[in-house]
Design a protein around this ligand. Structure first.
Ligand code: DSN
Length: 403
């Protein structure tokens, strides 16, 4: 690059990614094919509108790219184009969720979403998000004792509040979700059921977790987490909601779609349809379970007692270590995690009681249960014995290069 300042920073970031362990559950490493599409000339093109109905000329190839992306998205999640529609233009997860509410829920009406500090997302109606000022959030959480969803309590809350839409799918909930029970709750009060599967869409695509499509009216997902695509998002909806959703995305909220991003998503969807992706998705969960089991063996309290998914929450404060201190100590040792609130956390989100660990990125590097055991032991050594494991982490990283 002629811009050596940016080039050097990209080189340094590449080295950082190679030499550290990425345990952030919402991150992953895309293939070189995805990167190629993302860095292509498609970034030069304006394509406001949808395939066959654009406001600019010169979209004959862009139309084919967007159509291919749509076809692949429906195929990967085994959806009939007669029953399901997908919009692949959302710039990312936040505008995708906003577009769903804008399309389906009158302003000021109620949206039932999980509280942020219990594992929800800002865009599920939190007060600091625009979704929380334009609509009224009816917050829900997990049961204090079991730290898992209490479907009976959810039914009682929904019947009392009668929200127009219920959001399911979280950023820090380590357990399987019973979508059928949520469908029953939504049906009882005539609400839309929206599943935000951003965190686990790759695991659904790979057949490692149950699909929400049989039960949901709308499903949103980012494309860059377990799905291993570029940063972006998609909105799937029942065919009769297609017009409202499409109009909410464009012209409601967005302008020209990022065509390079749509092409890169199409590449990622092709990859997610391969048999190797099935093994990947299965391994992500096996790895999370191995990490969780080993940490438990060494006396760490895992929220809800374990995991069924790609992530786990460790209550580090149960051993007197606040989440921020834990995350900082691990980072000094080349282990990248994020501090996280745990359910009913008495501490603040800036310095909560726990850390969140996830295995999608390490699994992409080829790591398996054996490495997870080793990593759990090193996390223990860093946090409890204050050992320095940086050299061992670098050796482990070299054994599993990012391809
Ligand atoms: N920020 C993402 C996460 O880390 O879970 C959610 O959007």
């Amino acid at each position: 690059m002629r811009d050596t300042q940016i080039e050097n920073l990209i080189k340094k970031e590449t080295q950082r990614q190679n030499e550290t362990l990425d345990l952030i559950p919402s991150e992953n490493f895309v293939s070189s094919e995805v990167l190629k599409a993302l860095g292509s000339v498609l970034t030069n093109k304006y394509a406001e509108g949808y395939s066959g109905k654009r406001y600019y000329g010169g979209n004959e190839y862009v139309d084919q790219i967007e159509t291919l992306c749509i076809d692949r998205a429906l195929k990967v999640f085994k959806l009939s184009p007669k029953k399901w529609h997908v919009n692949v233009q959302p710039y990312s997860g936040s505008p995708a969720n906003l577009a769903v509410y804008a399309g389906l829920v009158p302003l000021g009406e109620k949206i039932m979403g999980m509280q942020l500090d219990m594992g929800g997302h800002l865009t599920h109606g939190h007060k600091v998000s625009f979704t929380g000022s334009a609509w009224k959030q009816i917050p829900y959480g997990v049961d204090q004792k079991t730290e898992v969803l209490d479907y009976h309590a959810l039914m009682v809350l929904a019947e009392a509040e009668k929200p127009k839409l219920i959001v399911v799918g979280y950023t820090a909930y380590p357990r399987k979700i019973d979508f059928a029970k949520f469908r029953a709750i939504a049906d009882k009060i005539g609400a839309y059921l929206m599943v935000d599967m951003s965190h686990f869409s790759g695991l659904v695509a790979g057949g490692a977790l149950p699909s929400p499509f049989k039960y949901a009216d709308v499903v949103t997902t980012t494309t860059h987490k377990t799905l291993r695509g570029p940063r972006g998002a998609m909105i799937f909806c029942k065919a009769d909601l297609a017009r409202s959703i499409d109009r909410a995305v464009f012209p409601g909220l967005q302008g020209g779609p990022h065509v390079n991003q749509i092409a890169a998503t199409a590449v990622a969807l092709l990859e997610a349809g391969q048999p190797t992706f099935k093994s990947y998705a299965k391994q992500v969960i096996l790895n999370a379970k191995a990490l969780s089991n080993e940490l438990k063996k060494m006396g760490w309290r895992i929220v809800s007692g374990g995991t069924d998914t790609h992530l786990l929450l460790v209550d580090t404060f149960a051993r007197g270590i606040p989440g921020k201190e834990a995350s900082d100590l691990l980072q000094e040792n080349g282990i990248i995690v994020n501090k996280n609130t745990i359910p009913f956390d008495a501490r603040s989100p800036m310095d909560p009681s726990g850390i969140r660990l996830g295995t999608p990125a390490l699994t992409t590097r080829g790591m398996k249960e054996k490495e997870m055991v080793l990593i759990a032991q090193m996390i223990h050594e860093v946090l409890l014995e204050k050992k320095n494991v940086l050299a061992q982490i670098k050796i482990l990283c070299r054994r599993f290069p990012i391809k």
